[in-house]
Design a protein around this ligand. Structure first.
Ligand SMILES: N[C@@H](CCC(=O)N[C@@H](CS)C(=O)NCC(=O)O)C(=O)O
Length: 227
């Protein structure tokens, strides 16, 4: 009997979103375990908020307070080394992620073998070491940790204002909006010819159910070792 066809799962994300880091790490843990092709698709969360007429939950003071506690508990459970930056409002609402989004897009367009590790390194910068992700030197440092050769990084950084890169980031953002996105992470699983959209790091169990895959929790390796 032929093996069942692999299902494709698109992971739309912006590294400015701390919940997205959780979902990203869990999806990376599961990508070899499940019969899926995981496609990382960097988008621009501000564009999503605008396009969906939404606003970041962190702008509502009670939600911001709750999110701080929620993320602390969740990141412990998910084993993701999260630290809230010293000035989260500056990081999220002033500095933003346009350069990081364009850099991830350029990497996706030219050398996507580095995309997963570069994404992780950018998350580590903002949400572990409280470091900048907007300046070219910051992107250089993340790229070096992700193993991208220095000359290639310089060349990619020189394309951040190119129309092709801007258009691609805009198109990816629009593609997510077309699937009904209103925040990050937005995950689109293509199941039996139908695109199913899931929002949030807390919908992965549901997505596994829809995919017909087994869910072992956020730490599948540990769960396996215990069995
Ligand atoms: N419940 C979701 C929350 C994810 C979330 O709040 N994401 C933010 C960015 S950090 C967002 O885009 N929120 C849009 C909204 O809540 O409408 C989870 O656990 O992952």
């Amino acid at each position: 009997m032929a093996a069942p066809a692999r299902k494709s799962v698109e992971f739309f994300y912006d590294v400015l979103s701390p919940y997205t880091w959780l979902a990203f790490e869990v999806m990376c843990r599961y990508q070899q375990k499940w019969n899926i092709d995981l496609k990382l698709r960097p988008f621009f969360l501000s564009g999503i908020m605008q396009g969906a007429d939404n606003r970041p939950p962190g702008m509502v003071p009670a939600k911001a307070t709750y999110m701080g506690q929620d993320l602390k508990r969740l990141t412990d459970m998910y084993q993701v080394p999260f630290n809230m930056p010293s000035n989260p409002a500056e990081v999220m609402f002033i500095k933003g992620s346009i350069n990081a989004g364009r850099f991830l897009t350029a990497v996706d367009m030219n050398c996507d073998q580095y995309l997963e590790e570069l994404t992780r390194q950018l998350f580590l910068r903002i949400y572990y070491r409280d470091e900048d992700i907007t300046e070219p030197a910051s992107l250089m440092a993340a790229a070096a940790k992700a193993g991208i050769p220095e000359d290639l990084t310089k060349q990619l950084l020189s394309t951040l204002k190119d129309q092709a890169v801007k258009d691609r980031l805009r198109q990816t953002t629009q593609a997510a909006l077309d699937h009904g996105a209103f925040g990050s992470p937005t995950i689109v699983a293509h199941i039996d010819g139908k695109a199913q959209m899931f929002f949030g790091s807390d919908r992965l169990e549901l997505m596994a159910h829809m995919l017909g895959e087994k869910w072992y929790g956020p730490l599948p390796e540990l769960a396996k070792a215990k069995m």
